[in-house]
Design a binder for this molecule. Sequence first.
Ligand code: 1GP
Length: 242
Amino acid sequence: MNSRSIYDQLNSIKPGVLALLDPDRMSTADAGTVTKFVCDNGVKGILIGSSLLVTPHFDKFVQAVSSNANCPVILFPGGSHQVCSSADAIFFLSLLSGRNSEFLIGEQVKAVFLIKECGLEVIPVGYILVESGNFTAVEYISNTKPIPRAKPEIAVAHALAGQYFGMKYIYLEAGSGAANPVPHTMVQKVRQNTNIPLIVGGGLREYDDVRKTIDGGADFVVMGSIIERSENKFKDIMRRLR
Ligand code: 1GP
């Protein structure tokens, strides 16, 4: 058994790729097979979450992933209802870029006793939504405005605020299925001005974008939609990253 924290385990293997599995976009029956597939292709961790969560089978989905994974399984919740004990850890997200108190602190307060009961490792994450070129589910559900793509200094200010709050990661998010990923220049500027690990996700479906995001300073990149759309393409991106 590995006695290191999930946070330490993750950070010992960066840069790396995290897979996002969304229980609303994948059946519980497929979750185990997809988990083995992403693990065989070298992901360093698996995130599970959804902006909305329509499925009533969240717990079973997380169990199916956990029992087939050989890497950390981390909850990436869209709200306080996405908590269960079969994962290894939870990203305790605060949507710093928004001004909707529900996603800054409200949902978090609702979730704490269940998180405690579940014994999950809690990893505080400053979550920053960046304009992507289309209207994403996270933007709609959170009812927050993303940071303009051409304003990296605003992203830097929010990321630094997260660092000063003591958060363990900054997550720059274009939103799942984003038309465009977070601009590379924004990734670079946030990297240059902060000193906590950086996660970047949303709209990463092409090798060149993934490469530039890592070269720009992302410690972890997150891919979700491409796994659902084309396993071959995901496999090819992972191969080229090695
Ligand atoms: C969403 O960053 C993730 O939080 C994944 O986005 O589905 O666009 O890969 P995609």
